[in-house]
Design a binder for this molecule. Sequence first.
Ligand code: NAD
Length: 507
Amino acid sequence: MKDMTINPAIPFDLPPLFEGQHMINGTWQDSASGETFERRSPSHGHTVSRSALGGEAEAEAAIQAARTAFDSGAWSRASGKERATVLLKVADLIEQNVDRIAVIETLESGKPISQARGEVGGAADLWRYAASLARSTHGDSHNTLGADMMGVVLKEPIGVVSIITPWNFPFWILSQKLPFALAAGCTVVVKPSEMTPSTTLMLGELLIEAGLPAGVCNIVLGHGVPVGSVLSTHQAVDMVSFTGSTAVGKTISSVASDTLKKVALELGGKNPQVIFPDADLESAADAVVFGVYFNVGQCCNSSSRIIVHEDIAEAFTKRVVDLSRKVKFGDPMDPTTQVGAIVTPEHNAKIDAYVKDAQAAGAEIAMGGDRLQVEGLGDQFYQPTIVTNVQPDMPIARDEVFGPVLTVLTFKTLDEAVALTNDSIYGLSAGVWSTNVHTCLEFARRAEAGTVWTNTWMDGFPEVAFGGVKQSGQGREIGQYGFEEFFEVKSVVMRIGDSRAPWVSQD
Ligand code: NAD
């Protein structure tokens, strides 16, 4: 049997260098300093994009544009129908531009082209769903306060929202936030990751084409400090919606507290799949392989640890190893490739250190365990890696490794499986595999996670809220719950007629 399946480099025409500018108040602008930064492809090594390097001046200008646009009411007081019309147009434009956007997404992130196409094309559905919410927003009415009183609770857009996104799903994660904020009537400033800035700008072009008024969505390129810090601290910003690492999420939460702005955080995870002996083991093994290698494991939802019943642990792990050998790693531009490159050489070294440290501490490597050399592309790749004989207190079993690395733990009882699941600072997602509905339900209720999958992994829908508990985040995205994050609530209490008794005596 082959050790692993590797797709070597294929020939393709490189797109021209993507030159990115800030989008502020409806115009494309360079930085005042004239400075730029470049992104090299993790897989191909060439320079994919050169972007304006934003600083405090650009962040300030973008926030002011968003503030002015919000206060003007042109978008914040527009009807749901008007907002929905623009969002639906954006969805159509996304679908018309999938291939163009997906190539840049692949070359900047290192993810396979088939996955980038799925991510970009699939995002159109998030825009359509948000458009439907724009037209169905409503508050509450209170008609039981007495004959002379009535109350209504209005939902109002929260105001100016800073959106800060990571590099691993740049187009998708932006689309989990932006259309919902816009549907609510908010105005926004977006800061994409410095590693994957360009597809956010491509979306910006589509927003202008769809007729979004100037200043409603602004994009500032640059690093977390200073651009992200200004977006998280500025007095004129009402909310920060952040997706990224738990460490940066904590910083944002702390610095945003000075102005008491609302903070919504989507952070890291150490997500287990628990496998009981009565499960459909073939399907479970396939889902484990999908869960750990999707996006090279550089995924908040990566199922980087499995917790397997000890009676089946050996046979199940062997099946996972066998399937792992068939997963196609290699050139992300090859449409058959399933797993691409690691985002930076530094991150590749970090993944490798976790594996080597675990090995030194007594863990065993059932497969992989080293960098992967892909013919014609170099070694910014990592082998599919399965680590057994892992102790629950090892860093590899506790930390977010963010690579194609699976750790295997075992259990005897459901109580033990639940305890191992919950023995984590994270609580993003968890999965359970069993044909016994009682086992699945009990696990689902006891698992400390924002999402629990039973007999499946990573299925998601625009309608179903997503987010984490514990140090995986606060607040929710998508679905009705995610939409609600972008509102303030205002109570209007009304007296009918002249029944109000004076407070000051008339004597
Ligand atoms: P990161 O935290 O390093 O960066 C995320 C964004 O924050 C980038 O745009 C970065 O420039 C910006 N940033 C950095 N320092 C900042 C600061 N001090 N103030 C404001 N902004 C700052 O994360 P990353 O490496 O881009 O992404 C990987 C992480 O994201 C992983 O931990 C992953 O689990 C998490 N993630 C979570 C979800 C989720 O939905 N829960 C989804 C995807 C990724």
